[in-house]
Design a protein around this ligand. Structure first.
Ligand SMILES: Cc1cc2nc3c(=O)[nH]c(=O)nc-3n(C[C@H](O)[C@H](O)[C@H](O)COP(=O)(O)OP(=O)(O)OC[C@H]3O[C@@H](n4cnc5c(N)ncnc54)[C@H](O)[C@@H]3O)c2cc1C
Length: 471
């Protein structure tokens, strides 16, 4: 079986070699066939008024909102918008079910977001529950149960993205969103006079117009790039690879994270994970941050292989038990692409670089940003003047900053610190063996504090996040 790492955000494209085109397999912004100013990803200019879909005059379908990409962010925003009675077109380039490179792990934060959307999560229907985290590193090993809080449930889940993304897309459809599968968006339609996006063009030659367009097209977000919104060099980025093995550990009720990832004598900033899928296999992978010295040169497949070689043989993480190729993608962190709203385009999930820099979790933030976006859009489209609409739409970046800005600033400091091998070594050696330190770390790294009140740790973390300036 070959090991392959495709560029980020291309779950449907044929896998390519990890080293091809980008050193160390680090995917570059807009690399996925996106061509600035070319037919693919280029801007189509027209004279359709930006504020309305009616009377546009050009051929093609119209809706209140056009959403590009039916990952968790796109399906969630479509679900919420349709529930508010808006006409939503959700365009997805692949056909469900389809693979998405992921660890498949859902923390209580993601469970809360799924519950808020009314997604049924029965244990006997493939939703494997977990009790908490098992952390291994620095010669220590500790199991920490998820905290039982009023704000978050005391359990997490594991579900393969093949199923997970399909379930969310169907949920959005049931709420009334019009999902079109196999429709690849190639670029924005832009109003000459205002510079606003008025819709999108697709590979099959069609155009779709909306009063607003949502970019939910993942890490590479070709749509955002075509509107001039590039990744920010001053924000952290992770890269992770994963695969699956048949393993007796498939029904582990803890998510397991290993902090000892060595590159020669350097301890790398990142972790390896083993998440039981409950179906006879485990999802196994490694993820690293771009703050390590040799980030661009790292051989991720080799790192995964070396890490797994040290595992007990009876766990079964050997070549003959591997059921999938090794695949990888980038994790855009800490508001890696901004602004989150401009000229009729709203960014949600990975398109807006919303992955948590502390732990690499992206699904919860995709779902939560989608909910905020939908609330803002619903209010904006109810306004009767363009100026009134714009006033409301401009609150979206502010609301995101209020929710995550301080925490993500702290995350950027954390990412810098653990990029220093001496700090990482000190932290794993002295942290993992101390339950109180680890319980604190779990709340900090998982962003799992009571939103109001809570214990001393909750109050401290909330206060520090609030006091830290959002940038
Ligand atoms: C190896 C790895 C492991 C990870 N593990 C975890 C984990 O365990 N837990 C966790 O919470 N997060 C994890 N993440 C992060 C998580 O996968 C992302 O944060 C999450 O998928 C973001 O959702 P999204 O909807 O914003 O984007 P995506 O899930 O990337 O969805 C984007 C969608 O847009 C579609 N699309 C793209 N371009 C176009 C186009 N031009 N036209 C139409 N459709 C288009 C794509 O086909 C896709 O369906 C991991 C990431 C990686 C790389």
């Amino acid at each position: 079986m070959t090991e392959q790492v495709p560029p980020a955000g291309t779950p449907d494209l044929p896998p390519q070699d990890a080293g091809a085109g980008h050193p160390g397999g680090v995917p570059a912004d807009g690399e996925v066939g996106a061509a600035r100013g070319s037919a693919s990803g280029g801007v189509t200019r027209g004279s359709v008024p930006g504020g309305s879909v009616s009377g546009g005059g050009a051929a093609g379908e119209t809706a209140d909102v056009v959403v590009v990409g039916a990952g968790p962010a796109g399906s969630a925003v479509s679900y919420y918008l349709a529930t508010s009675g808006l006409d939503v077109l959700l365009l997805e380039k692949t056909h469900f079910p389809r693979e998405k490179v992921c660890g498949d792990g859902l923390t209580p934060r993601a469970v809360r977001a799924l519950t808020a959307m009314g997604v049924p999560l029965p244990e006997n229907d493939g939703w494997l529950r977990n009790r908490g985290l098992r952390i291994i590193g620095g010669g220590g090993r500790i199991e920490l149960d998820w905290p039982e809080l009023s704000s978050y449930p005391g359990y997490g889940l594991v579900r393969a993205r093949t199923d997970f993304d399909q379930i969310l897309a169907r949920h959005a459809q049931k709420a009334g969103a019009r999902l079109l599968e196999g429709v690849a968006v190639t670029g924005p339609l832009v109003d000459d006079r205002t510079g606003r996006i008025t819709g999108v063009t697709t590979r099959d030659g069609r155009s779709f117009r909306g009063r607003l367009v949502v970019a939910a097209d993942g890490n590479s977000s070709r749509l955002s790039v075509a509107m001039g919104l590039h990744k920010r060099e001053d924000r952290p980025l992770g890269v992770a690879v994963r695969t699956y093995y048949t393993s007796p550990r498939h029904d582990d009720d803890y998510l397991e994270a290993w902090l000892d990832l060595w590159d020669g004598s350097s301890l790398l900033p990142g972790y390896g994970w083993i998440f039981g899928m409950g179906d006879g296999t485990s999802n196994v992978g490694v993820g690293l941050l771009n703050t390590s010295a040799g980030f661009g040169e790292i051989d991720y497949r080799g790192l995964l292989r070396r890490w797994l070689a040290a595992m007990p043989a009876e766990w079964g993480f050997v070549e003959e038990n591997r059921t999938q190729p090794v695949r990888g993608a980038a994790l855009p962190m800490a508001f890696n692409r901004t602004p989150h709203y401009t000229r009729g385009l709203m960014l949600v999930g990975d398109a807006g670089g919303m992955v948590n820099p502390f732990n690499g979790e992206g699904i919860a933030y995709a779902l939560e940003s989608a909910e905020v976006a939908a609330r803002v859009i619903t209010q904006a489209l109810a306004r009767t003047t363009p100026a009134g609409r714009e006033l409301v739409l401009q609150t979206y970046p502010r609301q995101l900053k209020d929710a995550y800005g301080g925490y993500y600033t702290l995350g950027r400091i954390f990412v810098e610190l653990i990029g220093k091998p001496s700090f990482m070594k000190f932290a794993t050696k002295h942290g993992v063996k101390r339950p109180a330190v680890m319980r604190f770390s779990m709340k900090l790294l998982g962003n799992l504090t009571e939103t109001r009140g809570g214990d001393a740790v909750d109050r401290l973390l909330n206060a520090v996040s609030k006091m830290t300036p959002a940038a």
